[in-house]
Design a protein around this ligand. Sequence first.
Ligand SMILES: NC(=O)c1ccc[n+]([C@@H]2O[C@H](COP(=O)([O-])OP(=O)(O)OC[C@H]3O[C@@H](n4cnc5c(N)ncnc54)[C@H](O)[C@@H]3O)[C@@H](O)[C@H]2O)c1
Length: 411
Amino acid sequence: MAETIGFIGLGKLGMDCAEVFAEKFTVYGYDVVPRSSDLVKVCDIEQVVRSSDWIFIAVPTPHEEGYDGSVPSSHMEPKDFGHDAVKDAILNINRYADSPKHVVLISTVLPGTTRRHFAPLIDPKHQFFYNPYLIAMGSVKWDMANPEMVMIGTKNGQPDEMAPLIDIYRPLMKNNPRYVTGTWDECEAIKIFYNTFISAKVGLVNMIQDFALKIGNINVDVVTDALAQSTMRIMGPKYMTAGMGDAGACHPRDNIALRWLAQEYDIGYDLFDTVMHAREIQAKNLALFLVDIAKKENLPIIIHGKAYKPDVPYCIGSYSTLIGHYIKEAGRTVKYLDPLADDDTDVIKSVKGPVVLLMAHNRQITYGYTGDVRDDAFYTPIEAGSTIVDPWRKIVGMTGYKVIHYGNTRT
Ligand SMILES: NC(=O)c1ccc[n+]([C@@H]2O[C@H](COP(=O)([O-])OP(=O)(O)OC[C@H]3O[C@@H](n4cnc5c(N)ncnc54)[C@H](O)[C@@H]3O)[C@@H](O)[C@H]2O)c1
C-alpha cells in the first residue's frame, strides 16, 4: 500500500513542500491557522497524525524580535531559536499516534538541539529524523525537487536507517541529488554551516567591493570572476558576485543564533559575529555612498526593492532596510519602491523628479540558477536625470540617467 504523508505546519516552507509531495503521495496537513490547498488534505491534527505513516514537522523555530538582520544586531546578546512549536508538534504526535510513525523534522535548529530538547520528548516507538532543506523563498518548489543534497540525520547516523526516507524522496527529485546521512547533530551542523558559509562568502566578496571603492582602478567583478573560476582551491561561482549583502528569513538569523552557540560551547571566538558585523558595516558603506551622492546632487534617496529579494513580499532580514537604517542614521530620509513588500513603512508607489536610486533587486542574480528569469524593469517610471546606483553592475545602455556601477572604480 502506498505510504501517506502528513505535514504539521503549512507556512511558507511547509505548504509548498507538502504540495510537492502531493504530486506522488496522499498528503494530509495541519496548521494552527486555517490553510487551504487543492492538493493537500487540510484537516485537524488528530487526523494528520492518525492517517500518516510519515509526519513532517515544518513549524517555526523563531528568533527573538530584532534578530532577523534587517536592522543592526551584532551588538545584541546572542540567543538560541525558540523550540515551543516543535515541542508542541512532537507532543501532538505522541498524543494521537496509535502506531509507530516516522517523524521528520525539517525546521532549522542549531547543532545539538534535537538530542538535547526533542529526543527526550518523543515516544520511543517513533523513529525521529532530522532532515533540513536548502530552500529559498520564491523558488521553494523548484529548490525542493532540485536540491544540492538531501541531509538525513538519525540518532546514530547509520546509513541503512535512512533507506526508507530516501525511497520517499526518490520519485520527487528531478536532479538525482546527493543523499548525505549522519547523526542528528551532523545534519543540524551541515544545514546551518551551509548557510553561514554563504554569509561568509557574501561578506568576503562585498569586502572586495569595499576595497575597490577605496583603492580605485578595480572592477570588483574582474576580481571575483577570477576567484569564482578558481575551483582548485576555492569553490564554485554561486554567491561570488559582490552586491547587496546576505539577507532573508534564514541566513542572517542563523548567524545571529550561532553567536549564541559559540558562547554556549565556549568556542573561544565568534566568527559569526565577525560575519554579521562585516555585513552591517558593508551596508553602512553603501548607505554613506548613497548619502554622499544625494548631498552632492541634492536629490532624495530611493531604494528599488524593500523585500529581501525580488518577486517575494518578505521584508524579514532585508539588506535594503539595513541600508535604509544607516541612511537615516546619517540624517537623510529614505523611501522604497516595492509593489509586493509586506511592510509598507516608507514604501511609495511613484516617484516625482530625479532621485538617487539604489537598484537593490536583480532577478538574474537571484533566480538565474533556476532558469526562471523575468524582466528587470523599474517598479515605477523613474525620471530622466536620476542617478542610478547599481550594486550588481548589470545596468548598461540606459540613456537619460547617470548609472554608477558600485564596486567598479576603473576609470
Ligand atoms: N522559508 C524557508 O525558505 C525555509 C527554508 C529552510 C528552512 N526553513 C525553516 O523551516 C521552518 C518553518 O519556516 P517557514 O518559513 O515555513 O515559517 P512560517 O512561519 O511561514 O510557517 C510555519 C507555520 O507553522 C504554523 N505553526 C506554528 N506553530 C504550530 C504548531 N504548534 N502546530 C502546527 N502548526 C504550527 C504557523 O501557523 C505557520 O503557518 C523554520 O524553522 C525555518 O527556519 C525555512
